[in-house]
Design a binder for this molecule. Structure first.
Ligand SMILES: NC(=O)c1ccc[n+]([C@@H]2O[C@H](COP(=O)([O-])OP(=O)(O)OC[C@H]3O[C@@H](n4cnc5c(N)ncnc54)[C@H](O)[C@@H]3O)[C@@H](O)[C@H]2O)c1
Ligand SMILES: O=C(O)[C@H](O)COP(=O)(O)O
Length: 392
């Protein structure tokens, strides 16, 4: 039977082309095998136990209930870095647009008409003087895929850059230049910066990271950019800081009733990752990750399960999603031993309260595999058991 992939949001065709039609259908079943999504709010969208995996083409996964999905036996993936360049380029453009009145100048120039249009337009330039970003200080909160690129690009343009990321991964720590000054605390970064840009995930910990207290620490007339998510910046406090003429501008990808229409707030409609290149990268990466998991059980780029990669060399593979409690491997292998099944290869890894075990075995009659699957599912802590046939 073919596996069905259900899509939500706009998914680039190049991503859908990753699924060969001999094995997959797209949006053809009421009970899809997996979901391929972008910002669809999965907290409000029901997905059944038929859903083995959800791939988010993009970075942010606050739209997906990760623990509930794991308890449902659903592995969730994202596509780290797939749209980071798109966001980087936009932030650089917005930094310039925040200090050069390009948009109002162009709007004004459009309205100048008449025989002496060239002269009149030229005369108007004095009303549209700006400043430069070179030599100014940019604070970058979060030095992951987006933040590290923004920091490097801004430094290349002659800005002084200060980074802040107390949780930086080893991978990103290597990517960020060791010349980049880092703040140990947010309170050290904020008073030094003319611009502050935020590139962190929305989590419970990061809710209201920027409130009146942090805004008060910012330099007078500083400009704040939020291209991360709603909720990280307290909008009531931002409006107060703008009205008190302390903060100069707030530039964000996320609109709301609290900020829309404010003269010092520039809002874009969540377009940070909306370029053809980023949409293609994300869709292809998500689709490839899904295929790998569906066909081999291997997990890469998951946000609720550990990375588990083992070459699929035996005729049959059993994968088990279970709670991370003692003696699971013992109980699983005892069932196999009782059924007289020899293990060719196995791996077990955990992440938080969940774990994943992969066991490769020789060819077995279909009925025996069915019985084995049932027996393994009888272990109360086992959430899902899959049996995969090696097709290569
Ligand atoms: N506007 C858009 O279209 C758009 C596009 C891409 C990403 N995003 C948002 O930006 C976020 C970051 O994207 P990314 O690809 O760089 O993710 P990433 O996972 O590569 O990097 C996030 C970084 O933030 C750091 N971090 C977490 N909490 C922090 C905190 N309190 N202070 C400082 N650093 C902290 C982490 O250690 C990590 O290095 C995403 O989660 C998403 O919400 C938005
Ligand atoms: O987290 C992300 O990757 C961005 O916010 C992009 O979201 P989108 O795929 O809905 O444009």
């Amino acid at each position: 039977m073919k596996m069905d992939i259900k899509t939500y949001n706009v998914i680039a065709q190049q991503g859908l082309d990753v699924f060969p039609t001999e094995k997959y259908t797209v949006n053809q079943s009421q009970k899809p095998t997996a979901l391929l999504i972008r910002s669809q709010d999965m907290h409000k969208t029901h997905f059944g136990t038929n859903v083995l995996a959800i791939a988010r083409a993009g970075a942010g996964v606050n739209n997906i209930p990760l623990i509930e999905a794991a308890n449902n036996g659903t592995v969730v993936f994202n596509t780290p870095g797939s749209n980071a360049n798109a966001v980087k380029e936009l932030i650089i453009a917005l930094l310039v647009l925040a200090v050069r009145p390009v948009v109002p100048a162009a709007a004004w120039a459009k309205k100048v008409v008449g025989a002496d249009v060239s002269l009149q337009t030229e005369k108007g330039k004095n009303h549209f003087a700006g400043t430069e970003i070179q030599g100014k200080t940019l604070g970058v909160i979060g030095l992951g895929n987006v933040g590290s690129r923004v920091a490097q690009a801004a430094a290349n343009l002659g800005m002084r850059v200060i980074g802040y990321d107390p949780y930086i991964s080893v991978e990103h720590a290597w990517k960020v230049s060791n010349q980049l000054p880092r703040a140990e605390k947010l309170a050290q970064l904020l008073p030094k910066c003319d611009f502050v840009t935020i590139h962190i995930p929305y989590t419970d910990k990061n809710r209201d990271l920027i409130t009146a207290k942090e805004l008060a620490l910012m330099k007078d007339q500083a400009i704040l950019f939020n291209y991360s998510r709603w909720g990280i910046v307290n909008e009531d406090d931002v409006v107060v800081a703008l009205n008190q003429k302390h903060l100069r501008k707030y530039v964000t990808d996320f609109s709301s009733n609290k900020i829309v229409g404010h003269p010092k707030i520039m809002i874009t409609p969540h377009i940070g990752g909306t370029t053809q290149e980023a949409e293609t990268n994300g869709a292809v990466m998500a689709a490839q990750t899904l295929r790998k998991y569906l066909e081999t059980g291997n997990i890469v780029n998951s946000v609720n399960f550990p990375t588990v990669e083992m070459p699929f060399e035996s005729p049959v593979r059993m994968t088990m999603i279970h709670q991370n409690v003692p003696n699971m491997v013992g109980r699983i292998t005892t069932i196999l031993a009782n059924d007289d099944i020899n293990i060719d290869n196995m791996i077990n890894k955990s992440r938080g309260q969940f774990a994943y075990t992969v066991i490769d075995i020789g060819q077995q009659p279909a009925e025996q595999l069915e019985t084995l699957q049932k027996e393994l599912l009888e272990i109360p802590e086992v959430i899902r058991v899959r049996v995969l046939k090696n097709e290569f």
